[in-house]
Design a binder for this molecule. Structure first.
Ligand code: IPM
Ligand code: MN
Length: 379
């Protein structure tokens, strides 16, 4: 029997509760589909950081790389830590370490879920956002300078590139700055992923997001790469959208979209909007993918610290992310079974967490999906 060794990182806030439900469902599917999951727990997160000062070490990352097939993540972020410490020190660090350059975010409104957009239904909201996940304004270089004259130095070292900026600043008041970096290879690989998905889905128009009218150095480059790579896909027409405009069209005409490929920061923003039009953050999963390496799966939402330990969060996004993980490791039918089970539980309408207008707990929801998996899997 195939066994997949998977790193489980429940993280902070509601992370442990929602991951426990995801594991419950995956275990059930594994039993029915005849494979095994060997979970390896990693307790990285706020508690560990506050106790030991450790975020995530190179040794831990290397161990995961050498032994695990994928990572199943809950959420990171805790009010006891300064904003960004855990997010950058664990989440982004892991995305970058494994070079998970595709952030895959399905925006799919399930049957029976309330949609805030009037007159739109599951047929209208069914697309995938492919977010670049390693570059852009996420590379982490910036700083501040006090009034007066100062000098500074910024650098980022990656496998694919190394950049260094020398700064010579003279200003009358304090300033802050942040630098975005996009490489040709970094843009090309995710743009190709977008075109490939469009091709696989027989989509004629593939959408690409930018802000080439203002941030013209970085995003005109992106657009040039979209044109260039597009030459390899004669059947597909690229359509460019400015990020501000696409937020409008997501609301007005979501049915236009099937495959949307976007630089990192804009992808972050538009996928929270995407989550809302698919019924809320409780239903929005994501995968950080390295097609040739270790990928990591997580809900799009955060750690919701105020609900920690209350058994009230909706685990469906995490369960769905678990389905995406099984797909990635080569268990496509297991993915479909879980998504169908989520859909089935929603259609039954009996078990609903608070965000879905009900009173059920997080574990009620996990139990219901696991039971539905058993029901559907037996057919
Ligand atoms: C997301 C999150 C992260 C991001 C944060 C927590 C670093 O918002 O996965 O969308 O900005 O990528
Ligand atoms: Mn986000």
């Amino acid at each position: 029997m195939t066994t997949y060794k998977i790193a489980k990182m429940p993280g902070d806030g509601i992370g442990p509760e929602i991951v426990a439900e995801g594991v419950k469902v995956i275990e059930k599917v594994a039993e029915l589909k005849g494979f095994n999951v060997d979970w390896v727990n990693y307790d990285n997160g706020a508690d560990k950081y506050l106790e030991t000062g450790e975020l995530i070490t190179e040794d831990t990352l290397k161990e995961i790389k050498d032994t695990c097939k994928a990572i199943y993540l809950g959420a990171l972020g805790d009010p006891r830590c300064k904003p960004g410490i855990l997010e950058k020190g664990i989440l982004l660090k892991t995305r970058f370490y494994f070079d998970q350059y595709v952030n895959l975010r399905p925006i799919k409104l399930l049957e029976g879920v309330d949609c805030p957009l009037k007159g739109k239904g599951p047929k209208d909201i069914d697309f995938t956002v492919i977010r670049e996940n390693t570059e852009d304004f996420y590379v982490g270089i910036g700083g501040r300078a006090n009034a007066g004259k100062s000098k500074g130095h910024l650098e980022v070292i990656r496998d694919m590139w190394k950049v260094k900026f020398d700064l010579d600043i003279e200003n009358t008041d304090e300033i802050a700055y942040q630098i975005g970096v996009m490489s040709k290879n970094g843009a090309d690989r995710v743009i190709k992923y977008g075109y490939d998905l469009a091709k696989k889905q027989n989509v004629e128009t593939a959408y690409f997001v930018d802000k080439a009218n203002v941030l013209s150095d970085i995003y005109s480059f992106w657009r040039e790469r979209v044109v260039e790579i597009g030459k390899q896909y004669p059947g597909i027409t690229p359509e460019y959208m400015f990020v501000d405009a696409i937020t409008m069209w997501f609301v007005k005409n979501p049915e236009w979209f099937k495959v949307v490929t976007t630089p990192n920061m804009f992808g972050d923003i538009i996928t929270d909007l995407g989550a809302m039009i698919q019924g809320g953050l409780g239903l929005a999963p994501g995968g950080n993918i390295n097609p040739k390496g270790v990928s990591m799966f997580e809900p799009i939402h955060g750690s919701a610290p105020k609900y920690k330990g209350m058994n009230r969060a909706n685990p469906l996004a995490t369960i769905w992310a678990g389905a995406m993980m099984l797909d990635e490791v080569g268990q496509g039918p297991a993915h479909d079974l879980i998504v169908n089970a989520i859909q089935g539980v929603i259609m039954d309408g009996k078990v609903k967490t608070k965000d879905l207008g009900g009173n059920n707990t997080c574990s009620d929801m996990g139990d219901a999906v696991a039971k539905k998996v058993e029901e559907l899997g037996g057919i």
